[in-house]
Design a binder for this molecule. Sequence first.
Ligand code: SF4
Length: 219
Amino acid sequence: MRRTSKTTEIQLLKNRVKHCTKCENLVKSRSRAVPGYGFTDANIFFVGLAPGRLGADSTGIPFTKDSSGRLFQLALSSSGISMEPNGLVQNENELRAYVTNLVKCNPKNDKGNNRYPSKLELDNCNEFLKHEMCLVHFDVIVPLGRLSTEIVLNQKCNKFISMHNRPVHANGSWCIPFIHPSFVARGSYPKNRYIEDFKSLNRWVRRHNDIKDDSSPRL
Ligand code: SF4
């Protein structure tokens, strides 16, 4: 029997996400399901919460367009990390990222605003996240926010803020929990410091993998 290539498997997974109808409420509220995006031979695997109403739900790409998305993109570009595998210009010195969410469809409340996904929705979509984690190569997983961290680490994180930007080794891989960009966009954490945290993430990955940094002067 012919073995399916990894790229084909990832494409098949994306198609399954795009046509998934498991969550009745989310199928009604979403504009589209948003599969993960980025490099499948990544250094960093980011996991957010859900596509934002004004962001990924309209663009189809995680962490784009809304205030969280713009901040996340600024943090990536300021720290030498790229999530754009189809970019016209590829900078070989940049670290590569894959970006996805716990649930792939935008959850809305009765007023039409973003809400947290329900336990059932998280459980329904967890199969896709686990599959992505198997198919995508990464050096470190970076859950964005408390809920993503709890699901990635499979443990309660009551003192989540103290875990921000601190590497832990768990379930056979490195994990560095980060605050969710929406928390920063709301002004609850300084933007400049958040961008510095992404630069320190870049340095950690390079040190960990002994990758030379030719992209910018050392900080
Ligand atoms: S959130 Fe996940 S499981 Fe639910 S409908 Fe969307 S893709 Fe399917």
